[in-house]
Design a protein around this ligand. Structure first.
Ligand SMILES: NC(=O)c1ccc[n+]([C@@H]2O[C@H](COP(=O)([O-])OP(=O)(O)OC[C@H]3O[C@@H](n4cnc5c(N)ncnc54)[C@H](OP(=O)(O)O)[C@@H]3O)[C@@H](O)[C@H]2O)c1
Length: 250
């Protein structure tokens, strides 16, 4: 049975597009108040707010850069001005700036590490403190299978996700027993990001090498997030679950 999140508030970084948007809409359908963070595209964020409100749930969009502590604290304050508390944090925002190792610029390295790794650190610290003080909470980190399986041309991205997997473990033991922290090792997902980075030929080869012979969908990630945010997963912490059609096994 699908869990309900009535009277719960979820904060989703990068909730204005892609996987974050699917997660936001799924929480809304299941009764949660939803705060979405975005960085630059206000039109996309406002559309998600309208989509959430059309389900009968409450929504708020907050602009901010998760790689800045001041910005994360401001977003927390904006969220708490509307909702009593934050029960669930989904660290979803992430970027790619692919380049081969020898050609990678300092900026390509720094930006990806700042958003994909420092961002979840800052958000988990700021919202984790709130959760510890309120005596409960769930944090879900959207990682990637490339956090354990290296991909050519993405040393910054793979390293950021490997770091995120360890951050999941470290925050899990630091915030226990009050807050459970888990992650999802996302594989290839039918998405704009994947279409930008890979050619159709490359994606066909990936599907061929995937036991379940296809890419995943954003909704499949959103469903697993629901489980990790629900009381059904209360005895699980520090885990990053691969959701990749079995690709990591081959
Ligand atoms: N797509 C895949 O196949 C795939 C595979 C494995 C893992 N993942 C992971 O899944 C997550 C979501 O990926 P996606 O493909 O859905 O991404 P996406 O469509 O590119 O969306 C990225 C989101 O992050 C926001 N964002 C970017 N920089 C930010 C910053 N500095 N501060 C706050 N928000 C920021 C964007 O807001 P604006 O639009 O306003 O800038 C947007 O809402 C990422 O962590 C990614 O690494 C994706």
């Amino acid at each position: 049975m699908m869990p309900t999140f009535n009277n719960k508030t979820v904060f989703i970084t990068g909730g204005s597009r892609g996987i974050g948007k699917a997660i936001a809409l799924n929480f809304a359908k299941n009764g949660a108040n939803v705060v979405i963070n975005y960085c630059s595209n206000i039109d996309a964020a406002e559309q998600v707010v309208r989509d959430i409100e059309s389900t009968g749930s409450k929504a708020l969009a907050v602009k901010g850069d998760i790689s800045s502590k001041e910005s994360v604290q401001k977003m927390r304050d904006m969220a708490l001005a509307v909702f009593d508390t934050i029960d669930i944090l989904v660290n979803n925002a992430g970027i790619n700036k692919d380049n081969s190792f020898l050609e990678m610029t300092e900026d390509e390295w720094d930006r990806v590490i700042a958003i994909n790794l420092k961002g979840p650190f800052l958000c988990s610290q700021v919202f984790g403190r709130l959760m510890v003080d309120q005596g409960r909470g769930k944090i879900i980190n959207i990682s990637a299978v490339t956090g354990v399986q290296a991909r050519l041309g993405a040393p910054n991205y793979c390293t950021s996700k490997a770091g995120l997997n360890m951050l999941t473990k470290c925050t899990a033991i630091e915030l226990a027993p009050t807050v459970q922290v888990n992650g999802i090792g996302v594989g290839f997902i039918e998405s704009t990001l994947v279409r930008e980075v890979f050619s159709q030929e490359q994606l066909d080869a990936v599907n061929e090498a995937t036991p379940l012979r296809r890419m995943g969908t954003k909704d499949e990630i959103a469903e697993l997030v629901m489980y990790l945010a629900s009381s059904g997963s209360n005895f699980m912490t520090g885990q990053t679950i691969a959701l990749d059609g079995g690709k990591i096994l081959t």
